[in-house]
Write a protein that binds this ligand. Structure first.
Ligand code: ATP
Length: 226
């Protein structure tokens, strides 16, 4: 366990995703990164997908509703730790959400001294060089990465060099407001939203993959059947 000194600055974790649907690995990863990096606040932020990219029947609003349900359930079971929160700012846009724009917006809102840590899984890090203005992300926040079953840290190419140049220890998230890339070996849960959508179409059991409230919501609304 990392020990971080008492004189730490306020830190915000922002964990973005499609959450289509949110599942137990998302919650576990959010909790573990929050704990390992000692983040004061952790927000789950569903991204907006324009209608032509949307899976049938599952609107951004419903994905956000499922995130809110999952968080409510998880917070009620983890009373002794800080509550997770949902941030729906990306849903108010009518175009694809670019993370760089979200980080700029957060900076304008929170000021320059607060530490912001953009959280993601290893598969997202492995394709980071496809993101809009990816090399500028660290100008606005830190990046906290959780290992994910089946994905390794890229070892060759431009992205691999960028990772080596910027990789830092978890303490750096408290020493500065942005600029560090921290990779943490969290407990691994081999769950993906893709697998869940397929299991629903095939009528298979979803136990232990989803928070109960999300499973009930999906059944009630008849989501992911086609
Ligand atoms: P899909 O299967 O549709 O691609 P997903 O399960 O990867 O979905 P996303 O909403 O795309 O879910 O993921 C949001 C973030 O959560 C990403 O940064 C992703 O790397 C991370 N993540 C998702 N599942 C896991 C997992 N099992 N372990 C670690 N990280 C995960």
């Amino acid at each position: 366990m990392t020990v971080i000194s008492a004189n730490k600055r306020k830190t915000l974790g922002v964990f973005g995703g499609t959450f289509d649907p949110i599942h137990r690995a998302h919650l576990q990863m959010a909790r573990e990164l929050q704990q390992r990096l000692q983040l004061d606040e952790m927000r789950l932020m569903p991204c907006h997908i324009p209608p032509h990219r949307q899976a049938p029947g599952v609107s951004s609003e419903r994905r956000a509703q499922m995130v809110a349900l999952a968080i409510e359930e998880d917070n009620s079971k983890s009373r002794d730790v800080k509550a997770l929160q949902v941030d729906t700012r990306e849903l108010n846009r009518d175009r694809l959400s670019f993370t760089i724009d979200t980080l700029k917006g957060l900076r304008d809102e929170l000021g320059q001294s607060q530490s912001i840590c953009l959280c993601m899984g290893m598969d997202s890090l492995a394709s980071l060089d496809k993101w809009h203005c990816w090399q500028e992300l660290l100008e606005y926040s830190h990046i906290g990465v959780a290992a994910r079953p089946g994905y390794e840290i890229p070892e060759v190419g431009g992205l691999a060099n960028w990772i080596k140049e910027n990789r830092a220890s978890p303490e750096q998230v408290h020493r500065s407001s942005r600029g560090a890339l921290v990779i943490e070996q969290c407990s691994l849960l081999a769950i993906s939203a893709t697998e869940i959508r397929i299991r629903i179409q095939e009528g298979k059991d979803l136990s232990h993959l989803l928070p109960e409230s999300v499973e009930r919501f999906i059944k009630l609304e008849g989501l992911y059947k086609e």
